[in-house]
Design a protein around this ligand. Structure first.
Ligand code: GLU
Length: 511
């Protein structure tokens, strides 16, 4: 698609948009900066990204920040940081710009007013001057047991203060006086609103179920619905890929497209993410179950971005094969919208942990070093590259998180400051000191290799007619403070003779 200069002139911009079958695929991720990016939001971004990359289309990021009440300044940066963390690079949007900008809705205010005026002029929208009290009064007046929260619809309209009940001069006078007003969409009375969704097939809503949506708020700001439709059109969006929670908004959007005389983009509504116990995975029940909510929390909990991306790709889409591990390139190659499921998908944190383990195992030692360095630095642990490579060589197959080096096997870096009580009670016996002393005496003058360490241990056990476990278990506790871990002799080699002797002596002195 030819690039063009965009100087803010709307007609110029519209003239450049070609019919949908001729334009390249353009998708968008359109977060509202109302809080940290949710893990489900990252999935939406990912599916847009994969779809765009698969077909050689354009991935746009647009910040939907017209709701100034719910605006959280930090959130905007967090969204961009989260996308960058997951390596979901976009072609147009904040920071990178593009021909269809600005990519912040708060900078596009004039556009929305222009389009609202078009709707008003054509009779698809109208002014409404009702106060909050008047709206409340209408709702309690029209409420019935079957319909406890009546809508502002064709019936309600007739008893309210708006362009239908006031004459044009009165409307004009009220506006000039500065009376607060909103602009509402005139939803047709009795119409079937139908559209084909790539995931859900044909979806149909009765217009009677849709209320006269506010398009322009009394502060002059557009609502989500208006801004979203206008921008999707102006930005040449061909496919809308978003969460199922937006499905009920879609009929309103379709009415707007129709009112403007625009071709609506193709929609694809992604299945709901369900909690492991069923029901929607809300922020509250996720927190209750110890499931991180924001992308940042996953990052802080030590999940590798590749693992999260792979996991999210499978959360609602399937490749149609048994394959579970995919690089991003493989995902792009395999992705297709027709394999997105329509029923809710259960969130399984254990599965994500499994992915994390798989990715840690798949990294080269060099890459793995790079991944664990931040946790080591945060814990003030200094270790040179050779020593770290040796530790990782031993730990790679056993790790779930990069931070395991700090939390699980800290003893590689620091002498144990305490010994596990339970292990001591079970394994530290009366004859333990004598056995360990004999072992120390042997290894003092021997080669410090895994083979020699093992041979000497066997020799001591034989001499004392003791089982190997009687030596190995307390030896490990004395060296590491805990009962389990990687191969004992390999661990000793990494710790080195001096450290081992020092720790053994300390254990003998204190236990
Ligand atoms: N701003 C909306 C959100 O926060 C966008 C929904 C859509 O994609 O239309 O998710």
């Amino acid at each position: 698609m030819p690039r063009m200069e965009y100087s803010g002139g709307l007609s110029q911009l519209e003239a450049c948009l070609r019919p949908m079958d001729q334009i390249d695929v353009r998708v968008r991720f359109a977060p509202s900066p109302t809080g940290l990016l949710h893990i489900g939001g990252l999935r939406t971004a990912l599916y847009n990204y994969l779809f765009a990359r698969k077909v050689g289309g354009t991935f746009v990021v647009r910040i939907e920040d017209t709701d100034r009440q719910r605006y959280v300044a930090e959130a905007e940066q967090d969204m961009l940081d989260s996308l960058a963390w997951a390596s979901l690079d976009y072609d147009e949007g904040p920071k990178v710009g593009g021909d269809y900008g600005p990519y912040y809705q708060s900078h596009r205010k004039a556009h929305y007013r222009h389009y609202v005026d078009l709707l008003l002029a054509e009779g698809h929208a109208y002014y409404a001057f009702d106060s909050k009290e008047e709206l409340d009064e209408m709702r309690s007046r029209l409420a019935t047991p079957e319909n406890p929260s009546p809508k502002y619809d064709a019936l309600a309209r007739q008893s309210m203060k708006n362009s239908f009940t006031m004459d044009q001069a009165a409307v004009q006078a009220a506006i000039e006086k500065g009376n607060p007003y909103v602009v509402r969409l005139r939803v047709p009375d009795d119409e079937q609103i139908q559209f084909d969704d790539l995931v859900r097939g044909t979806v149909s809503f009765a217009s009677a179920q849709v209320d006269d949506q506010i398009l322009l708020k009394s502060d002059g700001m557009p609502t989500y619905h208006l801004a979203n439709v206008v921008d999707d059109h102006l930005m040449g969006i061909t496919h809308i890929i978003r969460g199922e929670e937006w499905l009920p908004s879609t009929p309103k959007h379709m009415l707007l497209y129709k009112a403007f005389g625009w071709e609506p983009p193709q929609t694809a509504h992604l299945p709901l993410i369900l909690s492991p116990t069923g029901g929607k995975l809300s922020k509250r029940n996720a927190e209750k179950m110890g499931i991180p909510v924001s992308v940042r929390q996953y990052q802080e909990a030590g999940y590798e971005p590749e693992a999260v991306v792979n996991f999210l790709a499978m959360l609602g889409w399937n490749p149609g094969t048994e394959q579970e591990l995919f690089t991003v390139e493989e995902l792009v190659a395999a992705f297709s919208a027709d394999r997105i499921g329509s029923s809710g998908v259960q969130f399984n944190l254990d599965k994500l942990k499994w992915y994390n383990e798989q990715y840690l195992r798949g990294f080269s030692l060099e890459e793995l070093q790079h991944r664990v360095r931040p946790s080591l630095a945060a814990a003030d642990i200094e270790v040179d590259n050779d020593a770290l490579a040796a530790i990782l060589g031993l730990m790679q197959e056993r790790m779930s998180f990069a931070s395991d080096l700090v939390t699980e096997v800290r003893y590689f870096f620091d002498d144990p400051s305490s010994y596990n009580e339970k292990a001591l009670k079970k394994r530290w016996k009366e004859d333990t000191p004598a056995l360990l002393q004999a072992y120390m005496a042997r290894i003092e003058s021997a080669d410090f290799t895994a083979e020699a360490l093992e041979t000497n241990l066997k020799a001591v056990a034989e001499e004392h007619e003791a089982g190997l476990g009687k030596l190995m278990a307390p030896l490990r506790i004395a060296l590491s403070g805990v009962a389990g871990g990687p191969s004992l002799y390999d661990m000793m080699v990494i710790l080195g003779k001096e450290t081992c002797m020092r720790r053994l002596q300390k254990a003998l002195d204190t236990l």
